[in-house]
Design a protein around this ligand. Sequence first.
Ligand SMILES: Cc1ncc(COP(=O)(O)O)c(C=O)c1O
Length: 408
Amino acid sequence: MTREECEALDAVDPLAGFRKEFTLPEGVIYLDGNSLGALPAGTPARVREVVEAEWGRELIRSWNDAGWFEQPYRLGRRIAPLIGAGPEEVVVCDTTSVNLFKLLTAALRLRPGRRTVLGDGAAFPTDLYIAEGVTGLFEGARSVLLPSVTTEELERHLGEDVAAVVLSHVDYRTGELLDMAAITEQVQRAGALMIWDVCHSVGALPVELGACGADLAVGCTYKYLNGGPGSPAFLYVAERHQAAAEQPLSGWFGHARPFAFEPGYAPTAGVGRFMTSSPSLLGQAALGASLDVWERADLRAVRAKSLALTDLFISLVEPLGLEVATPLEHARRGSQVALRHPDGYPVVQALIERGVIGDFRAPDLMRFGFTPLYLSHTEVWDAARELAQVLESGEWRAPRFSRRGAVT
Ligand SMILES: Cc1ncc(COP(=O)(O)O)c(C=O)c1O
């Protein structure tokens, strides 16, 4: 495809209007929205309003008057349509890791005769660390890692002792998308509970937790949802599990009557029992501003453009001789493209110096995220050209590109 053809696609792109709703620096092509989403244009004013008016002027009255107390539920109801959940099945609180800790513990308690948690050995490690931590708290429990996530491997490991299976809907390294419906069905047929980590799929494609019959799920809001660095996470508990689910971090925000200040813990009804502490209102304010944008986005259009952008990028970089680690099949692809290169780290650094921001995941993956709300076909074309020039020129060999920061 030529650059002119990309421009023609941009001219008829139904999502093109969303670009002006984000603040991106001049001269930057941002291909890292799968790690930290861009800044929505409305976020600074919204956060300022909460700081200056709700906090600064109204002070503690805002817990009631500005709806702070209800905010975790309100945001949960706004995220629900993005993940195919019912309005009373999602709450915004804490972080992905903390929420997984709570859900996994609840899952083991919901399956008292079973003591094994299955995970993907290649999963984002925090999920595995949390599984280790949780199983360490239950006598006889263990965390078992699948060598790969296939129907056969699942079948081999789904014994009568498996209480829960935790999987990422989209793999953080390769961008592989799993079949949520089929896997959920297979896991539940074996009597286990299915917990999905949707960090890399929420906002990237339509997620159908409800239609797939998922039991539990966690997700973050700082990637495709653009909630801001360290923005609060969310958790999903299918309505059918809520009454019996018991979580371990039994703080006052999950209590049925937090302002009765009773000495004993009594969980509130519904998904709110999975809350623990006072919500981080400033982070939630930023998330609210980004959800204003998402409210107007059609997820089917997002998915269609995401596939068009990733197809385009793959077609442009394949001639460079790079191995594409991301599945080519649409049904198995999220919204990122991962390319293997033994010197991926300095190559990405050289690209960043040219204004094309991607990232690197050890040992050899260059990751490029495609965010349909603020990325154009022409930018993807330009990014591929810059990558070709970085490789052809060998400029990435300059020693400065090999110096590693704490975050890669
Ligand atoms: C799949 C996945 N799960 C969990 C996390 C970490 O979540 P948190 O830092 O909010 O605990 C990440 C972070 O990138 C992730 O990619």
